[in-house]
Design a protein around this ligand. Structure first.
Ligand code: PMP
Length: 425
């Protein structure tokens, strides 16, 4: 032991204040690409958080009713996949997707008259990823895409973010009008900015619920062939028909010209994020390369789960049950609309899918209506979200896929009261 009165030596480690973790704000906007600047939140997405508030009946989001899927069956299916496939279910896989699942997807497509080969199918993370990859592979900034007016909001956002201009063609209750399409394609070609592709949701369209009849489908294919325009057929609702048989896909009659997008989001569960694209070989090769750079490989677990579900479950019977549920909700919405809407309001009557498109009387704007509707406890999507150019103010989209029949009835009555009040204001 050292006995000393000497002062203790200075500690050799100096206490230096930690360096500042950041040197002030960075103006990130300056670093964004042109494509990123074109990405803006959609009206539908930003509505979701408000629509989820307690007390609000949401007729806004088009959510599949996954509660109708037996949860125990899904739990067992996932567990069986891990048991059956072991590490393969947890490993990277090919960017084109699992070969077994691609084969099964071909048999799903056969229900809509398509004779597909697994080599021409690529699995995607929902059909939304197919839209994104197609935009990367087909579009340069300044290109023109032709679409239905109105059309699926997130497709609009995807094409715009790729720098494309979207020109929309008028629809009537039976979908896009072939003569209008021919005139638009002709005008664009004459102006020296021909369309790259025609994007269509031909069956139970989002947002109108409209379905193209067979005659129009043939005319549209002919118009596009003549104009040298390829077709992107987005068909997530095709198997949700309330009567009869599924519509024959456009792709069934011209698989060389029509790129087909399918999804298990509405027939099984969107949380699995499994969809697909069917395309001619030259395009599929590029899409696979684009998918590799986007995400390396798919979730093997999700793909094998879908594959096992299709192999071992009575999925078509279950789908018939989902259809009956959606049909009952559509009927509840139609009944409530007829009972409570004031004169001058009209609506579409879909034969399948999730959506009804409302037309308001002259002088009403669905964007002005929305805050009043939210205050009254009901949410919808204003029609302007489904157009690239601000049109659609006299329309709104209602979805009946998720709320109960009682909630639908209550929600429509609240909306009708708000519309009546606005008409009288
Ligand atoms: N296309 C259309 C027309 C849709 O309505 C949706 C979903 N709302 C999608 C594509 C994307 O669906 P998913 O990515 O879940 O397959």
């Amino acid at each position: 032991m050292r006995l000393t009165t000497e002062p203790k030596p200075e500690p050799t480690v100096r206490m230096v204040p930690p360096p500042a973790r950041h040197g002030g704000p960075v103006p990130w906007e300056r670093y964004f690409s042109r494509g990123a600047h074109a990405m803006v939140p959609s009206e539908v997405r930003s509505l979701f958080s408000v629509a989820a508030l307690p007390g609000i009946v949401s007729l806004a989001g088009g959510m599949p009713d996954v509660r109708a899927l037996p949860q125990q069956v899904m739990a067992e299916t996932v567990a069986d996949v891990v048991r059956e496939h072991g590490p393969t279910a947890l490993q990277y896989g090919a960017a084109q997707g699992d070969p077994g699942l691609r084969e099964r997807i071909c048999s799903v497509m056969a229900l809509e008259g398509i004779s597909a080969r697994p080599d021409d199918v690529m699995v995607t993370v929902g059909s939304q990823q197919a839209l994104d990859l197609l935009a990367r592979v087909l579009l340069d900034p300044g290109d023109t895409v032709v679409a239905e007016g109105p059309t699926y909001v997130t497709a609009l956002g995807t094409f715009k973010a790729a720098g494309a201009r979207v020109v929309q063609v008028a629809m009537d209750r039976a979908g896009v009008v072939p003569d209008e399409l021919a005139a638009t394609l002709g005008r664009l070609a004459a102006e020296g900015r021909p369309a790259k592709f025609f994007y269509t949701v031909p069956t139970f369209q989002n947002p109108t619920g409209a379905t193209l009849p067979a005659g129009r489908r043939a005319r549209i294919l002919e118009v596009c062939r003549r104009a040298g325009v390829v077709v992107v057929e987005d068909n997530p609702y095709g198997l949700l028909h309330y009567d009869g048989e599924p519509s024959r896909a456009l792709c069934a009659d011209d698989p060389e010209r029509v790129v087909y997008l399918g999804s298990f989001s509405k027939t099984l569960a969107p949380g699995l994020r499994v969809g697909w694209v069917h395309a001619p070989a030259a395009l599929t090769r590029k899409l696979v390369l684009a998918a590799e750079s986007a995400m390396l490989s798919h979730s093997a677990l999700a793909q094998l789960t879908v594959d096992r579900y299709l192999r071992t479950q009575p999925w078509q019977d279950r789908l018939a049950g989902f259809r009956a549920g959606y049909r009952a909700r559509r009927d509840a919405m139609l009944r409530a609309l007829t009972a409570s809407m004031p004169a001058g309001v009209s609506w579409t009557v879909p034969d399948g899918g999730f959506f009804i498109w409302i037309t308001l009387p002259e002088g009403l704007d669905s964007r002005d209506l929305l805050p009043h509707a939210l205050a009254a406890g009901v949410a919808f999507v204003p029609g302007t979200g489904f157009y690239a150019d601000g049109r659609g103010a006299r329309h709104l989209r209602l979805s009946f896929s998720y709320p109960s029949a009682e909630q639908i009835d209550e929600g429509v009555r609240r909306l009708a009261t708000v519309i009546t009040e606005r008409l009288e204001a």
